[in-house]
Structures are given as C-alpha cells and as structure tokens.
Design a protein around this ligand. Structure first.
Ligand SMILES: Cc1cc2nc3c(=O)[nH]c(=O)nc-3n(C[C@H](O)[C@H](O)[C@H](O)COP(=O)(O)OP(=O)(O)OC[C@H]3O[C@@H](n4cnc5c(N)ncnc54)[C@H](O)[C@@H]3O)c2cc1C
Length: 253
C-alpha cells in the first residue's frame, strides 16, 4: 500500500517593496475588530498569494528621527480593480498598531511593506481544520472565502463575545465552531483545547493554527497527541503574551 503524500508548502518570494497608502474607510466590524480599508496607486502591483500572508505596517513618523514601529497584519481582502486593501485589527489595549487603528480616519497616510513571502498549501487534503484566536480571523475568513466549492472545512475560533463571531461568504462546506472567552484570557489555551477535544479529526485532515504563541503551541501538541503527523499541521504564534512586537512564525518541536 502506498502512503498518502503529505501536503506541501510551496513558498513564493516577492521583492520587498514599501508602499504609502491612504485610509479610505474605517468601520467597527465587530466589538473587538476594527476594519481599515486602504487605497492608493501604490497598490497597482500588489499581490498576495496565500490567505495567511502578512504585510508589515509602519507606524510612527521617521522624520522625528526615530525608526518606525513595525507590526504584522493579514491582507484580509485585496480588490485589484479598485486598488483597495482591507486589514482587520484586533482592538486590544496597549500597542501602537491597535492604537493606530482605533484612531485611524479617512485621509490618514500609512506605510506598508510586503508581503515578502507566501506559503501556498497544496496536496491531498480531505478536510481543513482552521483553529485560532481573533488575530487569526482575517486569515481564516479569507481562506474559507477563497476555498473551492464543496471543500470540507471546520473553523474553531476564540473571540471575546457572541457579537465578535463573523460570517463568511463561501461555497465551501463550512462548519463554524466558536469559543467565547474574554480578551484578557486570550493567552489561556484551555477553552480552545476543550473545544478541540470535542472535534472529530477525519482522515486527511490538515490543521492550520494561529493564536497567541503559547496557545498555538498547546493546540499543535494536542493534535500530535491525537495522532496527527506534524507535517499535516501548520502552526504559528501570531503574538506573544506580555511582549510587544513578538511572534513565532513557525512552531515546531
Ligand atoms: C503573520 C501574522 C499575521 C497577523 N495578522 C493579524 C491581523 O490580521 N489582525 C490582527 O489584529 N493581528 C494580526 N496579527 C497579530 C499582530 O501582529 C499582533 O497582535 C501585534 O502584536 C499587534 O501589535 P500592537 O502594536 O497592537 O501590540 P504590541 O505592541 O505588539 O503589543 C503590546 C502588548 O499587547 C499584547 N498583545 C498583542 N496582540 C494582542 C492581542 N491580539 N490581544 C491581546 N493582547 C495582545 C502584547 O502581548 C503586549 O503585551 C498577525 C501576526 C502575524 C505574525
């Protein structure tokens, strides 16, 4: 009997490019999520190949002699015709990026860089399992919306309130599971681990995980404990509890 080949992460690189964009619209998407739509001619050649790509947001003026702060955000949607890039920001206390999004107004200017690299996942995936916290929702939502019709996908996402759940327009066969816990407890893996334990893992499941680094690590370990092969899991720490400007892009043993 031949073994099913593992999914592949096909990596694509783009030349680093810095773009200056203008805030077009700001909306409170849900109580904990601010949506900022950016526009400008600099987006003419913008390309984002994978739903979990990220751009660097440059915050703070360089003219003051200080280097700008940089933070990672997911291109939630890109409309090439209108040259509009949508970013969704978790409204958490204390952090220049969240502060910037809360204060953003149409006409504001901001710099972005990237995406520099994309990892396109291909292979014999029979079922997708997308697990994360609110920072992963832009990547999870985009992946679900971009999936081919009928693709089986389960999402398991922790958010601070019922009102923070999001609906996605998709032709995929999507089942959404939500965990509600306060944002102040986003670094506690227990609620997501409990919900994960109740989920079936059909053969051919590929798991994509992004959350606070400790939470993502615990979720990955739980899947491996249940017999999933590490190369059927892609896990990232999108932020690190108690540390500014921190992430763990690839969680491995
Ligand atoms: C590839 C990638 C894609 C990402 N995409 C998105 C995205 O689309 N939307 C999004 O909102 N975030 C996203 N993130 C996470 C985001 O980059 C971090 O949350 C970042 O730290 C926010 O920057 P900040 O300036 O607001 O806070 P920082 O200055 O980095 O941190 C200040 C303090 O806030 C804490 N903190 C940081 N983030 C959170 C949070 N979400 N909840 C509670 N406390 C927090 C830190 O631990 C620290 O104590 C992504 C991260 C990666 C690596």
């Amino acid at each position: 009997m031949t073994e099913t080949p593992a999914p592949q992460l096909q990596r694509f690189r783009q030349e680093p490019k810095r773009r200056t964009l203008t805030v077009l619209r700001v909306t409170q998407l849900t109580p904990a999520m601010i949506r900022v739509v950016l526009g400008g001619d600099d987006l003419a050649d913008f390309e984002s190949l994978a739903p979990d790509d990220h751009v660097k947001l440059f915050l703070g003026a360089e003219s003051e002699g200080t280097r700008p702060q940089m933070r990672d955000y997911t291109p939630r949607r890109f409309d090439a015709l209108r040259r509009e890039l949508t970013l969704d920001f978790v409204d958490h206390p204390g952090g220049p990026a969240a502060d910037w999004a809360r204060a953003a107004r149409p006409g504001d200017r901001v710099g972005i860089g990237g995406p520099r690299g994309s990892a396109v996942i291909t292979g014999p995936i029979a079922h997708w399992l997308l697990i994360g916290d609110e920072t992963a929702l832009p990547a999870i939502g985009r992946r679900i919306e971009e999936m081919a019709a009928g693709t089986p996908v389960t999402s398991l996402v922790a958010v601070p309130s019922e009102a923070d759940r999001q609906g996605f327009e998709t032709a995929a066969k999507h089942e959404a599971r939500w965990v509600i816990r306060p944002l102040s407890e986003a670094a506690d893996a227990a609620p997501l681990l409990t919900a994960l334990a109740a989920l079936e893992l059909p053969p051919g499941t590929f798991a994509w995980i992004a959350a606070e680094a400790g939470v993502a690590k615990a979720l990955r370990a739980a899947l491996i404990e249940r017999g999933m092969a590490p190369n059927w899991i892609k896990a990232s720490g999108y932020w690190v509890h108690g540390q500014a400007d921190a992430s763990v892009k690839s969680l491995e043993d």
